[in-house]
Design a protein around this ligand. Structure first.
Ligand code: BJW
Ligand code: ZN
Length: 256
């Protein structure tokens, strides 16, 4: 992984900083790689979650129905990790940009709540969150807070006796309607999009930068690895880790 700021990367960071300063409506879109330096594992890749499990066994309704205890054990581990972990310097750099530039919307596929922990506002959670769980059979009972006691006997159950499911978006499920509508509207109206730490393989989040590019809007990608977005016309590739690159962008914008 790229962890040093080479001369060529520093040049591209300066270019990105100019674009950010000039942009009217900037939108940021983040994925699991944003949290990697805080200690949250990504989904795909060398040390991704899904090296050990099949995606459909963990992040699908069939998976949770077939093996609820395994899925809940996985979410329990992740919830614990997310509660203990802290935002890294890249998170605070984004928050600094947001407060310096005027609040821009931040669309995230992440469920870990780290953007909010770093003090960011207007966070649009496309894939839900780890704060609550609800009845898998939609019996009408209220949502339940995801607290430690939920994990004492797995799988946790709703008051109706059915299994609970975390309020995240599983494969094959629709995304939260208002969040998705807003994300599409923003992709269709922004002047600049910053895409950080996503492999760009999960639809519909992956289509957002494509909508912006199709309008001739530039996209800045921060990712140590190449993605399907990297080679598209209009993408500026900052090939590095979010925790290294974002503070450098802030330095270039504010000189601090
Ligand atoms: C760093 C870094 C550092 C590392 N700094 N970067 C066939 C074709 C096209 C689409 C479909 C299809 N079949 C089905 C679909 C639709 C499906 C889909 O897209 N599937 C594809 C996988 C093929 N999508 C859906 O089902 C969605 N719903 C939907 O489309 O509804 C309509 C519909 C319904 C029915 C049928 C068809 C359509 C729902 C998607 C829900 C995704 N859910 C998950 C779990 C959420 C809950 C949880 O967190 O547990 O969301 S899956 C998982 O993937 C999670 C993530 O949010 C999501 C995206 O992953 P992300 O963030 O990109 O992470 P990684 O690990 O993939 O990548 C990390 C990146 O970081 C890498 O690039 C690294 O290089 C980089 N990185 N270190 C910066 N330091
Ligand atoms: Zn119920």
């Amino acid at each position: 992984m790229e962890s040093v700021i080479t001369e060529s990367l520093a040049y591209l960071i300066a270019e990105a900083a100019d674009m950010i300063e000039a942009a009217g409506l900037m939108v940021v879109s983040t994925g699991a790689g944003m949290s990697k330096e805080s200690g949250v594992r990504t989904f795909r890749g060398e040390d991704g979650f899904w090296k050990e499990y099949r995606a459909e066994d963990l992040a699908s309704l069939e998976g949770i129905t077939r093996n609820p205890a395994l899925v809940w054990e996985w979410y329990g581990d992740r919830l614990k990790a997310c509660q203990e972990l802290k935002p890294h310097t890249g998170y605070y750099a984004l928050a600094r940009l947001q407060h310096g530039k005027g609040i821009f919307p931040l669309i995230t596929q992440n469920v870990d709540g780290l953007h909010q922990k770093a003090g960011m506002e207007d966070v649009i959670e496309l894939h839900g969150n780890l704060r609550t769980a609800s009845c898998i059979d939609s019996c009408g009972a209220s949502r339940v807070q995801m607290t430690a006691d939920l994990f004492e006997k797995l799988p946790p159950r709703c008051s109706c006796g059915s299994i609970l499911r975390p309020d995240v978006v599983l494969f094959g499920e629709q995304l939260p309607e208002q969040a998705l509508k807003r994300a599409f509207r923003l992709a269709d109206s922004c002047d600049l999009m910053l895409v950080i730490g996503t492999s760009m393989v999960v639809y519909p989040a992956s289509s957002l930068p494509l909508i912006a590019l199709r309008r001739g809007v530039k996209v800045i990608e921060i990712n140590p690895e190449e993605t399907p977005l990297s080679s598209l016309d209009g993408t500026l590739n900052l090939r590095g880790a979010a925790g290294r690159v974002l503070p450098e962008i802030v330095k270039a914008v504010y000189g601090e």
